[in-house]
Design a protein around this ligand. Structure first.
Ligand code: BGC
Length: 765
């Protein structure tokens, strides 16, 4: 370690009491300072879609005030952009604001998998897919950290619900844990190297994440190479001494000295080694070294620029789900518009809880539309319904809306979830829009057949019951402080929609993968759906959905051509390979904008291993890119799929396993709009699983070395050659599942013993 602190001498000089005090915070947002040794304190603040810096009050549930900051679209919106560059730019802007406010670490991004659309915090998470969440999360981390400010990747790990979040044990099998729930974290840690990771509140398979040595040390540090600091979620630590021992470096917020006292006692009792404490402190010092330069001096940023970025971001995130007619973009010159819905005037643009930003300003769609249509065009407005307002006169509001709709050429109806429906701290109870809003839609659609619905919600809402009343449907998510003007840009065609769903819109709640296992009971939630999360589930059970993962329309059209998918010989030297292993397939495809306006297409690469020996998803997203194309323009995009992209996590091998054979590579405009597919033969030796004392006949026969040893023994058996027994495929299959000790026992003492000895010798060798 270079620089500012002489860590060994500081460790030598710090008393046990001082050391113990350093591993928990000072107040809500600060680390502790040790004046006499020149160890300064740094401030951390929420994120991640904007800064929530609290100067005078302290709370982590969004109750108290905070300094004004740009409120960017929330993560569910940003995830729908599928735009790596955008996430990086938003990260840079958030980092600039943090630096400007003297904040050393931004507590985000959150990349937990959207296991169920009911999770109250889904608006803070990017996707139901780990590659999408990981790639976008990594870009955001890089952006934030490019400003000399640390990011805090959260919530590690398997924090996919709010119900009982501080105690619940997420009981999840190893394969889904590795392939779905840890995969995004692994990607961000390895690609973007966040300076901090925040552990989650919940338990994972019975152990608190804050004190789980396997999660915090074995996987995060030893296997993935994380070199930063692990901070607890606010109040996540159950036993501070166990947490330090497991690899937690900083407990937040302060517990008023109680944690330090417990740590001191544990060290004195020999329960906690002082080296563990020293390790945590050296990681804290490293974080100080990394972040202190960024917090020194004045850093200004341009509020207008950031607002403009927030507007461009929100426009990049909105997903045009449907556009019959096409009703969009609007043509205000064709007749008056009626804008209906309180949400057009009073936007809901972010979620509640610790991520709540105090925006520098807020654009509403009504004003932006009025400004955008130009002089002389009538844009009438009716509230239609109240948002979380028990005092509103529902009938009168609806009647007014119907009158305005009757006189309009086109109706733009803003619907969405009221704040009381989704928040950090509790889960949703259903996926429906409020009944009074649907009633307004029905009433309006009865008098005007040109209805465009614009949605504001953090997590998906079901649309199946009412969408037939709307010719067009634009999902705006929680678009941040400039969401209103961005929606006007999209509705009026100043910007072409280019968002794609980062999560499936199901037909009904009962169709969702975790339906029978969410949110669990008696402090446990069983992840019974395994690896079949999100679209992996709908595809596996061939279930219809309202809108599939990856879906989103544009005002133009794109054609795909000239797909080539070529196997690469596994000859890349290991030293030249990235963490995803040797490159195995290159993919190229040409995309052409065949319409009349400029637009952006998201090219999605899905992979399938049809011949796998284990259950694998029908298809999995492994790569994507977003390309901007002028009308008539083409671009050839290229992707490289590496070993990891083709592998599954094997319990037997306790690692990633690639099974050679044919792989299907599909290029999609969504997970269910696959335009071109190719099959690629991936060569290589079959995976060699280690044999153990309980391996079956089939496993011995599949093992390159074990096969020969076994056949040789059977051939030389005292009673005569036994190998013909295995020639009959039916018999071979029937006997195949017998563990070898059982078969040996059945062969009688002489042969059984010899076989047993020989097999044991092979295993030992
Ligand atoms: C949240 C974290 C947040 C922290 C600090 C917790 O309640 O789960 O996401 O960063 O508070 O506000």
């Amino acid at each position: 370690m270079s620089g500012r602190f002489d860590v060994p001498s500081l460790l030598a000089e710090l008393t046990i009491e001082e050391k113990a005090s350093l591993v928990s915070g000072a107040g809500f947002w600060w680390t502790r300072r040790i004046e006499r040794l020149g160890i300064p304190a740094i401030m951390v603040s929420d994120g991640p879609h904007g800064l929530r810096k609290q100067d005078t009050s302290g709370d982590h549930v969004g109750l108290g005030g905070s300094a004004p900051a740009t409120c960017f679209p929330t993560a569910s919106a940003l995830g729908s952009s599928w735009d790596v560059d955008l996430l990086r730019r938003v990260g840079v802007a958030v980092g600039e604001e943090a630096r400007g406010q003297g904040v050393a670490v931004v507590l985000g991004p959150g990349i937990n998998i959207k296991r169920s659309p009911l999770c109250g915090r889904n608006f803070e998470y990017l996707s139901e897919d780990p590659v999408l969440a990981g790639v976008l999360g990594a870009a955001m981390v890089e952006g934030i950290q490019s400003q000399g400010v640390g990011a805090s990747l959260k919530h590690y790990a398997v924090n996919n619900q709010e119900a009982d979040r501080l105690r619940v044990s997420a009981d999840v099998d190893t394969r889904p844990l590795r392939e779905i729930y840890l995969a995004g974290f692994e990607l961000v840690v390895k690609e973007a190297r966040p300076w901090t990771v925040m552990c989650s509140y919940n338990r994972v398979n019975g152990v608190y994440a804050s004190q789980d040595p396997w999660l915090l040390t074995e996987v995060l540090r030893r296997q993935w190479g994380f070199d930063g600091l692990v901070v607890s979620d606010w109040g996540a630590v159950d036993d501070p001494a166990a947490a330090v021992a497991a690899g937690l470096d900083l407990e937040m917020p302060s517990t008023g000295g109680a944690s330090a006292a417990r740590v001191v006692d544990a060290v004195k009792a020999g329960e906690l080694g002082e080296e563990a404490l020293d390790t945590a402190i050296s990681r804290l010092l490293r974080l100080l070294e990394r972040t202190l330069p960024g917090t020194e001096g004045d850093h200004l940023y341009d509020e207008d620029d950031h607002h403009a970025l927030a507007r461009a971001a929100a426009a990049d995130c909105a997903v045009l789900l449907k556009n019959e007619g096409p009703l969009l973009p609007l043509h205000p010159d064709e007749g008056p518009l009626a804008v209906i819905g309180e949400l057009a005037r009073t936007p809901r643009f972010q979620g509640a809880g610790s991520s709540k930003v105090n925006p520098t300003r807020v654009d509403d769609a009504l004003a932006a539309l009025r400004a955008g249509v130009g002089p002389g065009v009538v844009v009438d407005f009716a509230a239609g319904f109240g948002v979380d307002d028990p005092g509103s006169d529902t009938a009168a509001l609806r009647a007014e809306a119907v009158e305005k709709a009757r006189g309009a050429h086109t109706v733009v109806l803003f619907l969405g979830l009221p704040p009381s429906c989704e928040s950090e701290g509790f889960d949703r109870e259903h996926l429906d829009l409020p009944i009074d809003q649907v009633a307004v839609l029905e009433a309006v659609a009865a008098v005007n057949d040109r209805v465009v619905v614009v949605l504001a919600n953090g997590s998906v809402v079901t649309v199946a019951g009412w969408e037939h009343h709307a010719g067009a449907l634009l999902e705006g998510w929680l678009g941040g402080q400039a969401g209103g003007s961005a929606l006007a840009d999209l509705l009026l065609g100043a910007v072409n929609p280019s968002g794609r769903l980062a999560e499936t819109v199901p037909l009904r709640l009962a169709d969702t993968p975790a339906y029978l296992n969410f949110p669990g009971e008696d402090r446990h939630v069983r992840y019974g759906e395994g690896i079949h999360v999100g679209y992996r589930h709908y595809d596996a059970v061939d279930r219809e959905v309202s809108y599939p993962f990856g879906h989103g329309l544009s005002y133009t059209m794109f054609e795909y051509s000239d797909l080539t998918a070529t196997a690469i010989e596994a000859s890349t030297p290991v030293a030249a390979q990235g963490w995803r292993g040797a490159p195995r397939i290159t993919v190229e495809v040409t995309v052409t904008n065949t319409g009349r306006v400029e637009g952006k297409e998201v090219v999605q690469v899905y992979v399938c291993d049809p011949g796998s020996s284990v259950a694998r998803p029908v298809r999995e997203l492994k790569a994507f890119t977003k390309v901007a194309l002028a009308p008539g323009a083409s671009e050839t995009v290229a992707f490289t799929l590496a070993e990891r992209d083709l592998s599954y996590w094997s319990i037997r091998a306790d690692g990633w396993v690639l099974e050679p054979g044919p792989f299907q590579v599909a290029i999609g405009a969504s997970s269910r709009d696959l335009r071109l597919t190719a099959t690629v033969e991936v060569a290589g030796p079959p995976p060699a699983f280690p044999l153990d004392g309980n391996s079956t006949l089939a496993e011995w026969l599949d093992h390159p070395l074990g096969h020969d040893v076994l056949m040789d023994l059977l051939r030389r058996s005292p009673g005569g050659d036994l190998t013909p027994l295995l020639e009959d495929p039916g018999r071979r299959r029937m006997l195949g599942s017998f563990p070898m000790p059982r078969l040996a026992a059945m062969l009688g003492p002489t042969l059984g013993d010899e076989l047993g000895r020989a097999l044991a010798a092979t295993l030992d060798g």
